[in-house]
Design a protein around this ligand. Structure first.
Ligand code: CA
Length: 230
């Protein structure tokens, strides 16, 4: 676990800003805040933070442009903190390279969990990819390409296995429909979600006790899927 991670917070609402600072400081995070996009970009340039918390609606620029700019030179995880509930802007943020988003109002536990997940994923990326996913009754052995539920082998088609292992390798993070489709079917694949939905329905029937109330793979409506991390 990383402590004393440096975080740059770009947020123009004072209440939210101080709320986030109050949550993070006791956890040992060093938070530096900015109320404008311009100043936020300067902070990112000079501080090289371990993580960026970004509001999309800023007085001087659209937060999406910040993601775009930062991604040209930095891989620091970006979590969008936004009042926008429009799925369109969440998808745009993720497709531009944001790692996750959290919608206002949010609770302390949720914010902390998202930050830990983003920092951990960034650490793991440079190390070896994990060889195993194990949450409750579900085990995926990536080396042997085996999926087990309560100790029983689950037979998945090749595409189903690719989908499950992609989501499991990114557990805790939301993956957009578009990014999943391009990773599984290639960048020139038709961006029609239908085939993805059909495959996910099959996977859920095999993995979930009650596919209508999934325990392992959650739908982020209008955005994509997120696999449970712990
Ligand atoms: Ca705002």
């Amino acid at each position: 676990m990383i402590t004393k991670a440096k975080i740059v917070l770009i947020e123009d609402e004072k209440n939210i800003c101080s709320f986030i600072e109050r949550i993070l400081a006791p956890q040992g995070y060093q938070v530096t805040s900015s109320a404008t996009g311009r100043e936020g970009l300067d902070l990112i340039n000079s501080l090289h933070p371990d993580l960026i918390l970004l509001d999309l609606g800023l007085p001087d620029m659209d937060g999406l442009r910040i993601i775009e700019q930062v991604r040209t030179w930095s891989a620091a995880p970006i979590i969008v903190v936004s009042a926008r509930t429009l799925e369109k802007s969440k998808v745009a943020a993720l497709d531009l390279g944001a790692d996750d988003y959290i919608t206002k109002p949010f609770g302390t536990a949720e914010l902390m969990a998202r930050i830990r997940t983003a920092l951990r994923h960034r650490q793991n990326q440079s190390a070896y990819p994990s060889t195993r996913y194990e949450v409750e009754d579900l085990v995926i052995d990536f080396e042997r390409r085996l999926v087990k539920m309560k100790g029983q082998d689950i037979h998945l088609t090749q595409i189903e296995y690719k989908l499950v292992s992609l989501l499991a390798q990114n557990a805790g993070r939301v993956m957009t429909y578009e990014s999943i489709i391009s990773k599984i079917w290639g960048p020139y694949a038709d961006n029609d979600n239908q085939i993805l939905r059909v495959n996910m329905a099959h996977i859920r029937r095999k993995l979930e006790e009650n596919p209508a109330e999934p325990k392992y793979i959650f739908t982020e409506i209008g955005v994509g899927y997120r696999m449970r991390e712990e």
